[in-house]
Design a protein around this ligand. Structure first.
Ligand code: TXA
Ligand code: MG
Length: 326
């Protein structure tokens, strides 16, 4: 049951959540599959619905810095960072407070906790009306494409969710940046709209996890991810006849192998992330276009054009590489 967000459906969603149910909520990054974070049975439903391994911890979502401080240890630097980027697409990994009351599955037994304060007005409205934080991973089956539209949630999770709260404004399009502040040097465990450059003026040098170690510290990063069912071929400079095209920028010089222009590809077999080459627009379109090509292109593979590895382009390439690996 997809329900458009309004004053009444938001109250209904809060009610379901209070009673330990599952609600998919819009955030500015992707849809989240939410349950109250302080009830083990409610949190367990998230793992069951997604088919998520128990060793992969969840992010808790809060309405404010004050609320975050009840569950995580926040020093002055952390708070300065939170004041600058919250609410927004930033998740902080912080020391878990003792006796936090958070269900143990949320942190998968770690002594750290991932906390995010989303900016989306509907997510904020739900969080403000509840007095407890929400555990919420992306609202899709484990290992599949993240949802940026309500219909993606219902296609992936069907009636295992009690309600899907639909709203506009899910427009960052890639999941939040995860910044680990529990190590000597801050580490980005997952890149998103915000990058090292955004944090360095406040907290000094920041590294990316894959540059510092082979073993990813965000347990979720070691699993198969973001996979459409069709295989991907990255950095394509032409298109094979059996391929759909996920374009970026001008396609003027892209041809079909064996003859033809990509502009002649059938409707549905070519999507352009951003004709003007805008990386924010491309990120917002990424998962929806992959979903579309996957379901409707009639092709057996997806060729993806090169995307500049800067700003949010770094997050787009990260998701595409993971999707191509699987
Ligand atoms: O944008 C987002 O972050 C979305 C929206 C719904 O908020 N959520 C999301 O959640 O992407 P999920 O579960 O798909 O990804 C959470 C990631 C996983 O890779 C997980 O391993 C990592 O966060 N994580 C959670 N708690 C952690 C912790 N204590 N230490 C390190 N990594 C953690
Ligand atoms: Mg996910």
């Amino acid at each position: 049951m997809i329900k458009t967000a309004n004053a009444q459906t938001i109250l209904d969603a809060v009610d379901i959540l209070k009673n330990g149910g599952l609600v998919a909520i819009p955030t500015e990054t992707v849809y989240g599959l939410a349950a109250r974070a302080d009830e083990p049975e409610a949190v367990q439903k998230i793992f069951d619905a997604k088919g998520r391994p128990a060793i992969n911890p969840l992010i808790i979502h809060v309405a404010s810095i004050e609320q975050a401080e009840r569950y995580a240890v926040m020093d002055e630097t952390t708070k300065a960072l939170a004041r600058q980027y919250w609410p927004g697409p930033l998740t902080l990994v912080l020391p878990l407070k003792k006796d936090s009351g958070i269900a143990p599955q949320v942190t998968a037994g770690l002594d750290t906790i991932a906390v995010r304060c989303p900016a989306h007005k509907t997510a904020q409205a739900v969080l403000k009306k509840l007095s407890v934080p929400l555990a919420a991973p992306s609202a899709n089956k484990s290992g599949t494409l993240s949802p940026t539209r309500a219909i993606h949630v219902s296609q992936s999770l069907g009636n295992t969710v009690d309600m899907i709260l639909a709203d506009k404004g899910v427009n960052v399009g890639v999941e939040s940046t995860i910044l680990d502040l529990t190590t000597d040097q801050p580490v980005i465990l997952r890149t998103g709209a915000l990058t090292a450059r955004d944090f360095e003026p406040l907290i000094g040098d920041v590294t990316y996890s894959h540059e510092t170690s082979d073993a990813p510290k965000a347990p979720g990063q070691m699993f198969r991810h973001y996979a459409p069912s069709l295989p991907l071929r990255l950095n394509a400079v032409d298109v094979h006849p059996n391929e759909a095209l996920l374009a970026f920028g001008s396609t003027k010089f892209m041809g079909i192998k064996g003859g033809g222009r990509v502009d002649d590809l059938p409707e549905g077999a070519m999507k352009n992330l951003s004709e003007s080459g805008d990386l924010e627009e491309a990120a917002a379109n990424l998962f929806a276009m992959l979903h579309d090509i996957d379901q409707k292109s009639g092709k057996t593979r997806i060729a993806v054009m090169n995307i500049p590895d800067k700003g949010i382009g770094r997050a787009i390439n990260d998701r595409l590489r993971r999707a191509a690996e699987s």
